[in-house]
Design a protein around this ligand. Sequence first.
Ligand SMILES: NC(=O)c1ccc[n+]([C@@H]2O[C@H](COP(=O)([O-])OP(=O)(O)OC[C@H]3O[C@@H](n4cnc5c(N)ncnc54)[C@H](O)[C@@H]3O)[C@@H](O)[C@H]2O)c1
Length: 468
Amino acid sequence: MIKEPAMNFEKKILCIGAGYVGGPTMAMIAFKCPQYKVTVVDINCERIAQWNSDDLPVYEPDLSEIVGACRNRNLFFDTDIEKGIKESEIIFVSVHTPTKAFGEGAGMASDLQYWEKTARDILRYSESDKIIIEKSTLPVKTAQAMEYILSSSNNAIHFEVLSNPEFLAEGNAIKDLENPDRILIGSHDTPRGIKAKDVLIDIYSNWVSADRIITSSIWSSELSKLVSNAFLAQRISSINSISALCEKTGADIKEVSYVVGKDSRIGSKFLEVSIGFGGSCFKKDILNLVYLCRHYGLYETADYWEGVLRINDYQKDRFVKNILNVMFNTLANKKICLFGFAFKANTGDVRESPAIYVAQRLLDEKAKLVITDPKALENAKREFLGINGDIEFIENPYDAASGCDAIAVITEWNIYKELDYDRIFKSMTKPAFIFDGRNILDHQKLFNIGFNIYSVGKQALSIFEKSR
Ligand SMILES: NC(=O)c1ccc[n+]([C@@H]2O[C@H](COP(=O)([O-])OP(=O)(O)OC[C@H]3O[C@@H](n4cnc5c(N)ncnc54)[C@H](O)[C@@H]3O)[C@@H](O)[C@H]2O)c1
């Protein structure tokens, strides 16, 4: 039990949900606002124990320094949800909202059971008025459902619900939290709504300039988060779809995306080609948007956004089919090393990582897998619990690639750019193949070493292609 310092804090803030969003976001508030007491609670005791240890449950550059600076000073991680609710006047809710796996809306709609349970906990334990802040990404009108639950008791306590979606990008969370493009606060246009909104503006104003704090109605705020993620994913699918055309025509996707991105109306960000996006948010949020559109009878809009997901699946499928095709249409007993398992660089998160799909398809072809990743190996191991297949997990990339027939670059970790590929080539079975799913390696250099190189949206550099 941590002994808290006897200090008069200006505000007591609680966050329910100590995940990828709740932990880093509250750490930043505590770091920037030593005058507030910030407590993060979770039903997952193991996760809370990790937050209280040197081995945090989330890997993000600079996160451990921020947590280390304020933990047990004004930042606390706890499992006592009842106490947390009782003592706080401001409650962020940052529980997960995965895609529903059962019943009506299965595979499309958000599963709001975790969210509703927190609403009921807040109602049960509260003894005074509170501001409740939706941090989780939620379908439009969830705040209304929360208000119904919170006002379902006869007590005189008032709960004012705000929407404050989080826009951080995993792998860049601390920079995004410290210097956000925008903070969005949705509130009701009532005296109590405006007062609550001002309290939240006060918190962010400790380090975010006023021009970056945007206010809106609750419904616009909820929808803006879904739409932002849909637009980001759409850009990835757009460039990925063109990579298939580049491969057929001899155009080079790097050149095409450079030219397209130079148009200031378009911009260069999110035009990197890849084997497809992953992560816990993009797919879930687009499915949610599609479900919402269908619910309102907007079938054309729903189909349009669903196309973003179809292209993402197509891109992953193309990558695996290419490996099979290039390696003489059989992978049985061939050893393939996956460079990276995280869904992107600088995170240990593997949720919806394209690596999961690629690995499963390669196992279906009876390939042997070696998985390496600097931060995601433990999460990768968990993905394969109970799954049959010949899989090894090796952190050192040289050891991992040794004896393999092929390397597939899945995650754009910088370390993979800097390896000694002469050494790797010597240790591999010949002919040695590299499938660069992120186009991050120096392909000409690798070809000169002796590798056969296949990338996304570019012509192959391979002795087998020349002889075709
Ligand atoms: N991960 C991201 O990059 C990101 C970015 C922006 C927004 N979001 C959104 O933020 C929300 C949280 O995402 P996450 O990635 O942090 O999820 P997560 O799964 O990492 O964390 C959620 C946590 O909530 C806890 N929890 C669930 N029910 C609870 C309850 N009743 N009481 C207490 N704790 C409970 C879980 O144990 C878990 O630790 C989601 O809605 C997500 O869409 C995520």
